[in-house]
Design a protein around this ligand. Structure first.
Ligand SMILES: Cc1cc2nc3c(=O)[nH]c(=O)nc-3n(C[C@H](O)[C@H](O)[C@H](O)COP(=O)(O)OP(=O)(O)OC[C@H]3O[C@@H](n4cnc5c(N)ncnc54)[C@H](O)[C@@H]3O)c2cc1C
Length: 403
């Protein structure tokens, strides 16, 4: 692989940071990833990887790893909360693969992170490195870590998540807005749920003030669920607070026996509050930019947060592949121009789904259900989302230096 002259630090070794590291490496960038945790750390939860993300991951050489632990659901099944009536069933499996050329996966987050880390050179991954200070100069960026390490690079990207230190240092602290929703998350051993005879679909149950999503991960050994509930107040934003199973069961009293059966099978749940952020007007300042949750944290109601982070890395790599160190600021602005509108659109659509999923029974819910019943299984309306290739920039939008 030939190297260009650009050296880059990725701050944060989560899904977004590691995927970006791999994309940048393949583009010839001299990239290193700095992660605050001592090792790889992921919460015990599942994630959906849609074709717009699996396209990038396959190109990064991860097709086999995804196929080994991921589950390909046969359909998305949207259902009514109390009687389980089908509102819309959209075939996935071979259908979505035929439509977009790449599969839709359900996977354990740790399996995805392991696959990414396994493909990234160990000598370029620096665990136990928490960024503490950032200084930008005309021709380079300096970064300091709690470990005492000090580096100088041509470019730096903050892939350091929702509480991003990089974002804060460039754009100041942000004020997240509590959306009025909390989510219980959990993983249930599939053998405990055999009596429910669950199909291999991603199921979304909609009801008044709540919704419930479940799907298999890890070769169907575990069932992942997310139970979202409207709740008046919350103070912390964390992914790791424990929730009481009894509280979740009480919240879903009166719901279909399948939902209650899943909750009864879990040992431990995590409780997580949903905060909203307005799209950032800017992601890049000079030689520093952002990706993933650091710049577009979104509600998980389209299952696109990590997918968008993966796309960011692919586009960033294309923008940096044709420049030398002098042109980094222009390349980062181009990356932002290409990515910001799409990520903001998906952020806004994800937020809108909260209202749609949680309608109380009545005229609006009936209208939603009627619309779902008319729903098409033709993929043309979602081609903009799943058919997008973040690793290809149309010539019209490419006016980069060095061509
Ligand atoms: C319940 C739930 C369900 C979801 N479902 C889906 C789904 O199905 N599909 C999907 O695409 N997305 C989903 N998402 C969203 C997705 O999980 C996130 O968008 C994604 O993890 C963001 O990745 P990231 O790399 O940007 O940030 P993170 O995963 O938060 O990684 C940030 C990394 O930066 C490190 N870090 C932080 N600060 C520093 C520092 N100062 N120095 C060094 N390192 C630092 C952290 O330790 C961490 O490893 C879901 C989210 C939730 C909560």
């Amino acid at each position: 692989m030939t190297r260009n002259e650009v050296s880059m630090a990725v701050i944060g070794g989560g899904i977004g940071g590691l995927a970006a590291g791999l994309s940048l490496l393949r583009a010839g960038v001299d990239v290193h990833v700095y992660e605050q945790s001592r090792g790889l750390s992921e919460v015990g939860a599942g994630i959906q990887v849609s074709p717009n993300a699996s396209r990038v991951l396959h190109r990064l050489g991860l097709a086999e790893a995804l196929a080994m632990s991921g589950v390909k659901p046969v359909a998305w099944h949207q259902r009514r909360w109390d009687d389980g009536r089908t509102l819309l069933r959209t075939p996935l499996g071979e259908d979505i693969e035929a439509a977009f050329g790449f599969p839709h996966y359900q996977i354990h987050r740790a399996d995805l992170l392991d696959a990414l880390a396994g493909a990234f050179p160990a000598e370029r991954f620096h665990a136990g490195h928490r960024l503490t200070r950032l200084a930008e100069h005309e021709d380079h960026v300096e970064a300091e870590f709690e470990s005492g390490t000090h580096i100088g690079v041509d470019a730096l990207v903050g892939a350091d998540g929702i509480h991003s230190t990089v974002r804060c240092s460039r754009f100041g602290p942000d004020i997240p807005h509590y959306t009025g929703c909390v989510a219980y998350r959990g993983l249930v051993p599939a053998d405990r749920l055999a009596h429910l005879d669950l199909e291999v679909t991603a199921q979304i149950w909609m009801g008044p003030g709540k919704h419930f999503v479940h799907y298999f991960v890890q070769n169907r050994r575990l069932l992942n669920f997310i139970a979202v509930i409207e709740q008046d107040s919350w103070t912390r934003e964390s992914w790791t607070d424990q929730g009481e199973v009894a509280d979740a069961l009480a919240a879903f009293a009166g719901w279909h026996p399948q939902i209650r059966g899943i909750l009864e099978g879990v040992d431990k749940t995590f409780l997580w509050a949903l905060f909203d952020r307005k799209p950032l007007a800017r992601w890049s300042v000079g030689r520093v930019t952002l990706l993933g949750d650091a710049c577009h944290a979104m509600l998980p109601f389209m299952a696109q947060g990590a997918a968008q982070a993966i796309e960011d890395g692919a586009t960033l790599a294309v923008c940096l592949s044709k420049v030398d160190a002098r042109d980094v600021p222009d390349a980062l602005r181009r990356y932002e121009t290409l990515r910001q509108p799409r990520a903001s659109r998906i952020q806004a659509l994800s937020a809108k789904n909260k209202t749609r999923f949680h309608l109380p029974d009545g005229p609006d819910q009936e209208e939603r259900d009627a619309e779902l019943a008319r729903g098409t299984t033709d993929w043309s309306s979602s081609a903009w989302l799943y058919g997008h290739d973040a690793g290809v920039i149309e010539p019209a939008s490419w006016c980069g230096a060095g061509e």
